[in-house]
Design a protein around this ligand. Structure first.
Ligand SMILES: Nc1ncnc2c1ncn2[C@@H]1O[C@H](COP(=O)(O)OP(=O)(O)OP(=O)(O)O)[C@@H](O)[C@H]1O
Length: 345
């Protein structure tokens, strides 16, 4: 649905150059919620702004729903050319600070994109009220933004973004200004809209919890590059994945020196099997559980456990092979359980 190929963005001013995007290849499938995560300055905003051509990429291409947006002319006047306006209408966008017009009431805010698209007054009103109902604000049509909570403002932002019946919704840190409970309800709304309308959502965030709550797939950006990407399920099953370790940290320090610490990730039906007791019996060893957690990631139950086996790694070759044969993801963290993991070979 969204594909970027070798996308590069270099900001040039008189005395310096900043490479914000350095050859980004991203592929977002139709109907998925895709999260791009990274620290401040990683290039997330530049990426999302290049996807709807708010920012012109320096090189590379962006295609949305099969259309190469970078091939469209941006024009030189204040008003973008018609082809670009039409393409943008198929891409909704929501923002961290909502970007509502304070002088307009809620309904008129939602109607704004329809005015730009030239819809009649009656059609605008019908559509705006339908969308306000969809986001749970049917009773706020006449309120002004200043009278709304942050979560309600973002719901108005979402209704406005959906006014042009977009196939794609871009979200630029849409929950970063909201408290945790409101964040959850806005993310739930995005999830519902994704399912009900088949909407493809590309969101950028610096919060792992956002990825964990709603994303089917994720990419980690650093210094303008995508350093890891894939479905959340696949990342969690990839030994050494940084995203997996941050999405689902498991703690616990070894009780003594000379032991082998193992992080195990359970997916799907493996989550219900008595893996540890079976391991202890099969190899006649004492297995200590240092830490464990169950969580829901992308609607699926995942379990993680850090265990300690007596003896060094060589002595534990067979038990480790046994765990892998059970279809579990097995990782051997560095001593002290830090995240500089040495992936199990
Ligand atoms: N208009 C601009 N002119 C010059 N440099 C810019 C511009 N916009 C962004 N940058 C630089 O590009 C790099 C990437 O910025 P970008 O805003 O895309 O990152 P980000 O991951 O979204 O960060 P944040 O979460 O802080 O917004 C940074 O070094 C930033 O200073």
């Amino acid at each position: 649905m969204i594909t970027t190929t070798d996308l590069t963005k270099v900001y040039r001013s008189r005395d310096r150059e900043v490479t914000a995007l350095d050859g980004v290849n991203l592929h977002v499938e139709q109907g998925e919620v895709y999260g791009v995560i990274g620290r401040s300055g990683a290039g997330k905003s530049s990426l999302i702004r290049c996807v709807n051509l708010l920012e012109r990429p320096t090189s590379g291409t962006v295609s949305v729903a099969g259309q190469d947006l970078t091939a469209l002319v941006t024009g030189t006047g204040a008003r973008p050319p018609a082809a670009l306006r039409r393409a943008r209408a198929g891409i909704g966008m929501i923002f961290q600070h909502f970007n509502l017009l304070s002088s307009r009431d809620v309904q008129k805010n939602v109607e704004l994109p329809l005015e730009i698209l030239g819809h009649s007054g009656r059609e605008r009103e019908r559509k705006a009220l339908e969308l306000l109902d969809l986001v749970g604000l049917a009773d706020k049509a006449r309120a002004h933004p200043a009278q709304l909570s942050g979560g309600q403002k973002q719901r108005v932002g979402i209704a406005r973004a959906l006014a042009g019946d977009p196939k794609v919704l871009l979200s630029d840190e849409a929950t970063s200004a909201l408290d945790p409970e409101t964040t959850r309800s806005v993310l739930q709304l995005l999830r519902d809209l994704n399912r009900q309308l088949g909407l493809t959502v590309l969101l950028i965030t610096h919060e792992m919890d956002v990825v964990k709550t709603v994303c089917d797939s994720a990419a980690l950006m650093r210094e303008g590059r995508v350093v890891e990407s894939g479905t959340v399920q696949r990342l969690l099953a990839t030994p050494g994945s940084e995203l997996a370790a941050e999405l689902f940290p498991v703690g616990g320090t070894p009780t003594e020196a000379g032991t082998t610490v193992v992080d195990i990730t359970f997916h799907g039906e493996a989550a219900g099997r008595p893996v540890v007791s079976h391991l202890a019996r099969a190899y006649d060893i004492d297995v200590s559980i240092l830490g464990a957690a169950m969580d829901t990631v992308g609607d699926r139950q995942i379990g993680r456990m850090r265990i300690e086996l007596p003896g060094g790694r060589e002595e534990n070759a067979l038990p480790l092979a046994h765990l892998r044969e059970q279809g579990l993801t097995v990782e051997l963290p560095g001593r002290g359980g830090d995240l500089t993991k040495e992936a199990a070979k």
